[in-house]
Design a protein. Sequence first.
Lengths: 454, 247
Amino acid sequence: MHSILRILARALVVALTLAILGPTRPVRSDETCQSPYLTMITSQEDFVYVWTLGKQGVGDGSDKLVSIDARPGSKTFGKVIHKVSVGGRHEAHHGGFTDDRRYFWAGGLDTSKIFIFDVHTDPAKPRLYKTISDFVSKSGGAVGPHTHYALPGRMLIAALSNDKDHGGRTALVEYSNKGDYLATYWIPTSEKPGGAKVEKIADGYGYDVRVLPRRNVMLTSSFTGWINYMMDFGKMLQDKEAMKRFGQTVTVWDLHARKPKKVLQVPGAPLEIRFALQPEHNYAFTTAALTSKIWLIYEDEGGEWQAKEVADIGDPTKIPLPVDTSIGVDDKSLWVTTFMDGKARRFDISDPFHPKQIYEETIGSQLNMVSQSWDGKRVYFTSSLLSNWDKKGEQDQQFLKAYAWDGQKLNPRFTVDFYAEQLGRPHLMRFGAYALYGGGQTGAAEKAVAKKMP
Amino acid sequence: MGAMRPEPFFTAPGRGEKGVALIATLALLAAGCSKPATQKPRAASQGAPPGLEYLPPQPGSYSLPPIQAASDGTVLDESGRRRRLFDYLGDRYVLLSFIYTRCTAAKGCPLATAVFQMLRNRLEEEPMVAGRVRLVTLSFDPERDTPETMYRYASSVGVKSHGQTETWTFLTTPSRGDLEPILDGYGQYVVRELDADGRFTGDRSHVLKVFLIDRERRVRQIYSSAFLHPALVINDVKTLMMEDAGG
């Protein structure tokens, strides 16, 4: 038997080494920007799972989870190798893995249903394991499950709306990994700040949620409610009242207590939140969709969290509509995608207070999500934003495009045309890998995985 | 093979507060070496416990919703007696950790055991919680971690009571068949690592989870390596005590 003292001493030495070297250890892959509690892929991703909106007249017309083979050298590299429909259209949007990565939860913004896929029994072929249909009633009125964020043994869901007025006031909703409802935390409003310090206004809106456990900080951003996100995009742009109903806050929370501490003023619908990944960097980025700005959310020297507008994205007067971002593992680069012009822009964020655009490339007629590998060498893009906001006619291209980043430019690897493949509109991407489940998984999955390992 | 994402750096506790303070200090010094010009690194919040960069929320200022029912199963104590896991739950607040004694992962079993060691000392010093908390270390390697092995493991961390110490109990299971329902019940998944020829290496990959279980045998908190810290654990236990007392 090993001496426990020797093992403990070794653990401390390793921990100390990590403290000095930071996280630039030979971790080779997985996607950046995931929950820090998530089991991680340390070899190249085998699959890209794509949570896809159904479209009437395209294939079965249903929302579905699509598996794309991402293994170089595979006979089906860059091809669709599996799809599992959930039946009907629910406004498929975002999703996330449980912390052990055995299940993928995916939400429907319209019906508020949550679909839980088993991704461990056969990682190439997820199967629908369970559907949560009572999210609204269980949560006390939250509507539109958006971000699904892994906590240890739990899933934290940032909703977008509510069932009283279908506006933007909403909540964080916590579930156990088994799919049982646990708690609802309403986003603070000016009327009910919940103890939070309010910079200017507390709108109660929600969108994304991210955590920095090291500082016990959780951030939420703010978008708009069901009425707007289900409205025709052109019609909404002409509706002055509708255009007033967008989020203008980022809320800072006590992560452990789930209590709001401060409501920062960040106008223009701040969407995705991306924490810096280096251990001495206490800041995050978000982008405001309507004003086309990069915002830095940072902890100042006094320990107070602040928000600062730090850069334009393209020409804000042309409303490029930034929709997604992805941060590099060294905190030196940030991809920003803009829906209207279909561009991917890369910013140098070495100085987080002064990001500088260093590259741009038009990916398609419209563009939404971006995911990059841990080493930054593989970058994936999808095209769809919302069923009623996507472009129409020939401009309605629907694709997943994979690129290699060589340090200077994006080089195409493969494209999947989601209309030609009769799939629908691709939205969120997440990486999968056989290696996550080994060849000797304990429990019921063991035999299945061992049998299907390549 | 899956492993923990490195982002949530935790200054792993040593066998005493002095060790924690040393690591925390060195970590801060290391961080200072590479700070960006535009942002000075934040020092730990004033008054924060060693090894933690912030002040934990006050006990009773928050709630811990029940996450799931605790799971039962057949276990073996250090003397090899067959017991039920529930024999150790219900009368006290329980911290349950799954380990295997050969584990050397820095953020895995040694971390859990080191934190339990610190907790054992802290529990004796805290009048409010003394005698009301039990630490349970349960092996997920029944083939190698026999009751005798668990006894020696307990002895190596200063627990030599052969199962009679009420504060910290070391358990294993008779077989994998007995173990797997327990692991499944708690959601503690373990991958057996294989070599290039597909042979089991003896190592097991897992994500560290420690479960706080109340006296109604409900899981109330699940700690990862990112926040498994004695100060947070004790505040969570106190929060449950205040809830039980109607406070």
